[in-house]
Design a binder for this molecule. Sequence first.
Ligand code: UGA
Length: 438
Amino acid sequence: MRMTVIGTGYVGVVHAATMADLGHEVLGTDIDEERIAALSSGTPPVYEPGLQELLQRTVASGRLRFTTDVASAARFAPAHFVCVGTPQQPGAKRADVRSVEAVVDALAPHLGPGDLIVGKSTVPVGTAARLAERLRRTAPQAGLAWNPEFLREGFAVQDSAAPERIVVGVTSEHDEEVLRELYAPMLRVGVPFFRTDPSTAELVKVASNSFLATKISFINAMAEVCDAAGADVIMLAQAVGADSRIGPRFLQPGLGFGGSCFPKDIRGFMARAEELGVGGAVAFLDEVDAINTRQRTRTVELTGRLVGGSFADANVAVLGAAFKPDSDDVRDSPALAVAESIRRRGARVRVHDPEALDNARSAAPGLQYTLDVPKACEDADVVLHLTAWPEYRAIDPAALAPLVRRPTVVDARHTLDADRWREAGWSLHAPGRPQPGE
Ligand code: UGA
């Protein structure tokens, strides 16, 4: 089938390439000309494992093309996936849906009977209904559905090709049929398909992200209690997670969540619930947010104690800038926030990251950056392990020790081999875990 994808951020590009790989003829559009030029030659706009290969394969097949002309895209296909961003409004918790509205307005005059707009962007519940009303004025015979996206950065290609579920919020049999046909190869291999109304589909997305964020903040709250009680949050998480009703995933304590989704989605959800008069029902998300932010402050405070109470003249090495491993995304990155906060307090901070340095440099130009781990750690008074890149686990602590001023490391992600670092002479601090001898 023919389809378009409007907005070529990480969701849009991955969706477009995945659908072309399934055999559809896909036209991707974006207002960013440079991005469209790069995509047309098979270069992805973001670092995402497997994406470059997938993009090159589908562009070479001729089934995936890109344009900046939304009007020609509108005429190209009967189904249009909207994948534009919905950022948090500055100074408010609410999501900004103006880009989604603009896309619907741009498509509407070109749509005919049976044509379908499918929203993928994360939006406040009720947006689809409002947009459908707007669409009825210019394109009364076109449909509007909501089909949230659950892919994770770092696993986007595999999540998109083999999703755990497909959720479609539709208002007609016809619209459901179009989506069933587009996803037919996935449905044939048994991917669960949930047909709902558009409001439920919109809510599935924010409810899922809220649940996951709550699970992370729950275990981080337990880490704080463990610190106060001299208990071990890693053992606690393993034993609690062994209950199959709870499960071990998203129960990893550490520096907390970041990225472009969880923080903004839980805030947007609270704002929308308040508008609906049910703010109290999700007021706990404020606490989830506060616990999450506190993990950053706790790490800064711990670092302050480890450098003797004053950051002036301290050298701090930071391992990791991305909000999580296998991503070059630094949006609301806990690692970068900690690094910046320490720099503002007067320390010299040198940051290493294998993929995110370009993005980090433009987001936080005051920090020093290097692509070399030993260089980042040279003369450091403390080394902070803030993003769980696998290569940090492979660091030889014995080889690193002679380079630093003091062999002190904070493992804020709990993925370093603590025994190995301690045997190599390091003082290793892991929030939520007792120090040996405590
Ligand atoms: C998240 C969801 O997992 C996706 O399902 C959703 O589609 C996406 O948001 C979105 O709304 O677009 P993503 O932000 O890529 O995906 O990242 P996750 O892997 O979910 O991690 C989010 C954050 O939580 C990261 O900062 C990660 O380090 C942190 N985290 C995760 C923990 O601190 N502990 C854990 O146990 C798990």
